[in-house]
Design a protein around this ligand. Sequence first.
Ligand SMILES: [Cu+2]
Length: 156
Amino acid sequence: MKKLLGALMLAAFCQSAAAAGITVGQPWARATVEGMSMGGAFMNIKNDTAKDDFLLGGSSPVADKVEVHSHVNDNGVMRMREVAGGIPLKAGQTTELKPGSYHIMFMGLKKQLKQGDKVPVTLQFKHAKPQTVTVDVNTAPKAGGNAHNHGVKHAH
Ligand SMILES: [Cu+2]
């Protein structure tokens, strides 16, 4: 029991230590089908520092490149674009990366992302130190799974 309490206190300590900085919550990626070369990943990024930061991109062993994208409305057609300068992470705020909005994109996938897979992704920030997170591969949480349809023209 004492041991358990110690472990709990340690966990609580680690959590509060991690809170002063950039915290990544609920990272997940959409499962892909065989032969797909791209895949999207989503997460919440909390910037608990006093200064605005930017998510510039990253790297992962499962892809040639990891880019940061946004969806833009181009004359009524939703297209994805790499975000120049990175995804803004305002000081004191949580930025949501979600389907149809900002997202992380695996470019040149080396393997199929299957439901239940855990994929390490190292995120690069403009100011904060790089952070490696484990992304859970999942199907979309709800219906409306077309929001990140890669049938839309990719502006690359
Ligand atoms: Cu994209």
